[in-house]
Every structure is written in structure tokens, then in C-alpha cells.
Design a protein around this ligand. Structure first.
Ligand code: GDP
Ligand code: MN
Length: 379
């Protein structure tokens, strides 16, 4: 789950990472109120879950109430890379001496946490990595050891942050690491991390992605959800408790098991089609789950055919077939459906299904032939 900047800053604050005081505003009047509270000059910032707001005109400095109103007026409703601005964050403007970059993320191949720190902040880190890779000091942190201040201090030296920023930056990085670990983040990024003209170091921006697998130990995350519209298909799937990811293609996919679902996407791709989604219905595949899956796929206007790929292991294919038959009687599907049912009790399952087959409900013996048929039908 990605957080808005203001939520990221509130999250940082729990771990003692300094940010500028500010407030949110959804209207021009509220923006002026918040600006008055923050004290001028202020910075008026578009709250959208996409980077590069500054370049897009979504960040404006304002010296007085009239300018704040004007900035809010201009930014509210603005479209930034397809994200419409509905909310602003207003904070007291900082006097920037230097802009740095700092982040923690997971380095999967290394099986370690990866910190990235650079004295070249304010610009996109991908750009720095491409044009000036030696400007990024990388630090692998073993999660068992954690990050202590002495290590952080050496890291800050290596990144060549300016002298006056070093001690405070090291302390902040230890806190950022704690936020990353204890806060269960997939990403905790500050760009820019600034040194102010009076020698303070703080986070001017916040990009936080929370690891949703850890939701169970963070009851406080409940209030962070929502805000910006999710993919309506994903929202619907979430409400139905399905493991669904929306994609852009035209073949709706239902499979049991994440591995089989991913392989199904690959095979659809291999035969020249494109998947509309990833959907793993897990081991159960009963009528209720199958109905829920069909409903979500049905609601996707781009879907032209549906491929159901089930391999029965512990799950018995005759049970699955009954589930499919019941689901088809409950949900009126818009698109033709191709079924590939194999594995335990496959014969019995296919026999059950046979009387229900038609030009709109087809069976195929293999994953490859089923994918071919579904892709043809989607054309
Ligand atoms: P992003 O463009 O979406 O990454 O938004 P940021 O929050 O990183 O802001 C972009 C840029 O706006 C920063 O790199 C700063 O140069 C500038 N900016 C943001 N806040 C302030 C501020 O308080 N004072 C000043 N002088 N500039 C700011
Ligand atoms: Mn930024």
C-alpha cells in the first residue's frame, strides 16, 4: 500500500524523523487556513501517489494568504500523470541549503536490506543511478544486526554529505531504518532529505510503501487506506476476499494456486494473447469462490474471454466442476469461457461438466490448447 506524502510524513513522525509542520486541505479555504497556521512562506503540495509533482507544477511556494489561495486554486483538480489532485498538504517552507536522497528497501537477490544515500538529491534517483552511479552510496544491512549510529555515520561520510549535515543525518538514518523495519515498509524514501540554511536536517518529501502482508500487526493502518481511487476491479476483488491483480489485457484468468495463475499468464502471452488479470482462487475453488471470481472478471469491460485453469491436487476436480456449474447458474457471464480442468478426479469432473458445455462454455484438455482457444475467442 502506497501512502500519500502527508501520510508518509505522519508515519515518519512516529519514528522521530523530523519533517516540517503542516496540515491537509481539500479546498482553497482550508488551504489558506492551514497556510496561516503553518506561517508564511508556505509550500502548497499536491497529494497524489506519483512522483515528479514538482516538475508537473504540483508544488508551489506562497509568501502570503493570497498567493496560497492562488496556488491551491491552481493545484486542486490538476491532473498529474493521470492522478487528479483532490487534497493538498501545506507546510511551512524550508530554506534549503542542500538536497540529498535517502531510502531503504529490500534487496531480494542479496536477501538483505538496502540503504541508498546520495548527496545528489532532489532529482529522480533513477536518473542519478543512470548518469552518475558512483554518487549513490549503497549500504547493505543485515536485518539480524540492524543499523547502528556508527555505521550510519560512516555511510554518511561515504556519501559525502556536507559536514554540517553528517551527525544529524546519521541519527535520522537510524530512525529511518527503524521505521522501515518496525513500520513494515517495502520502501521508505526521502527525496529530498534536506540540510536547511540553519543547519537542520529533515525530510522534505516522504514516499512510503507499506508491506500489506504485515497488516495484521498494524491495526493503525486501517485509517491510512482509501483516499485515492484504487483500481475498481481490485477494490471489488478485495471486498470479495480474492487474490486479484488487475492487468490490461482481454483474457480474464482464473486459476488455483499463485504458481499456476502466473504460468497461465505466461502461456496466454506465449500464444499471442494478453491477460486481463491475475486471479488465484486458492485451494477451495468452490461455487462461492468461483462465482465471486466470475463476477469480478465480468465487471471488467476489457475482458473478451475467460480462461479457467484448474489443476486438482488435494482439491478434487469433480468438486471444482460442481463449483463451476453452480457458479455458471448464479452468474451470467458476458464472455465465452474456456475450462481446463485436470488432476485428481479429472475424468469425473469432465463428465459432470459435459452436459453444460456450449458455444459459450468450452472445455479443453491442456493448458496450452485452452490458452489458444481463449486467445482466439478474445480476438
Ligand atoms: P516531488 O517532485 O513529487 O518529488 O515533490 P517534492 O516534495 O520532492 O518537491 C519537489 C521540489 O520542490 C523539491 O526538490 C524542492 O526543490 C522543492 N520544494 C519542496 N518543498 C520546499 C520548501 O519547503 N522550500 C523550498 N525552497 N523548496 C521546496
Ligand atoms: Mn520528492
Amino acid at each position: 500500500m502506497d501512502l500519500f506524502e502527508y501520510q508518509g510524513k505522519q508515519y515518519f513522525a512516529r519514528f522521530g524523523i523530523p519533517t516540517s509542520a503542516g496540515g491537509v486541505a481539500d479546498t482553497v479555504a482550508e488551504a489558506v487556513e492551514q497556510a496561516d497556521l503553518a506561517g508564511y512562506p508556505v509550500v502548497v503540495k499536491a497529494q497524489v501517489k506519483v512522483g515528479g509533482r514538482g516538475k508537473a507544477g504540483g508544488i508551489k511556494l506562497a509568501g502570503d494568504a493570497a498567493a496560497a489561495a492562488q496556488a491551491a486554486e491552481a493545484i486542486l483538480g490538476m491532473d498529474i500523470k493521470g492522478h487528479v489532485v483532490r487534497r493538498l498538504w501545506i507546510e511551512h517552507a524550508s530554506d534549503i541549503a542542500k538536497e540529498y536522497y535517502a531510502s531503504f528497501t529490500l534487496d531480494r537477490p542479496a536477501k538483505l536490506h538496502l540503504g541508498m544515500l546520495s548527496a545528489a538529491g532532489g532529482v529522480e534517483i533513477e536518473e542519478v543511478a543512470a548518469t552518475n552511479p558512483e554518487a549513490i552510496a549503497r549500504l547493505h544491512v543485515n536485518p539480524v544486526d540492524g543499523l547502528d549510529e556508527a555505521t550510519a555515520r560512516r555511510w554518511v561520510d561515504e556519501a559525502r554529505l556536507d559536514g554540517p549535515a553528517r551527525d544529524e543525518a546519521a541519527r535520522l538514518l537510524v530512525r529511518l531504518y527503524r521505521c522501515f523495519v518496525e513500520g513494515d515498509c517495502d520502501l521508505a524514501e526521502i527525496n529530498p532529505l534536506i540540510l536547511t540554511t540553519d543547519g537542520a536536517v529533515h525530510a522534505l518529501d516522504a514516499k512510503v510503501t507499506l508491506d500489506e502482508n504485515a497488516t495484521f500487526r498494524h491495526p493503525e493502518w486501517g485509517e491510512l487506506a482509501g483516499g485515492e481511487a484504487e483500481d475498481p476491479r481490485e477494490q471489488m476483488a478485495k471486498e470479495k476476499g480474492l487474490n486479484y491483480i488487475g492487468l490490461d489485457g482481454s483474457v480474464g484468468i482464473i486459476a488455483n494456486g499463485a504458481g499456476l495463475a502466473m504460468s497461465t499468464l505466461d502461456v496466454v502471452n506465449q500464444v499471442g494473447g494478453s491477460a486481463a488479470n491475475f486471479l488465484d482462487i486458492g485451494g477451495g475453488a468452490n461455487a462461492a469462490v468461483m462465482s465471486a471470481a466470475l463476477e469480478v472478471i465480468n465487471a471488467d469491460a476489457k475482458v473478451r474471454s475467460i480462461l479457467v485453469n484448474i489443476f486438482g491436487g488435494i482439491t478434487r476436480v469433480d468438486d471444482v466442476a460442481n463449483g463451476v456449474i453452480e457458479a455458471l447458474s448464479q452468474v451470467e457471464i458476458r464472455s465465452p469461457i474456456v475450462l481446463r480442468l485436470d488432476g485428481t478426479n479429472a475424468e469425473a469432473g469432465r463428465a459432470l461438466l459435459a452436459p453444460h458445455l456450449s458455444a459459450r462454455v468450452l472445455a479443453e484438455p491442456t493448458m496450452l490448447s485452452a490458452a489458444r482457444r481463449a486467445v482466439e475467442l478474445a480476438r
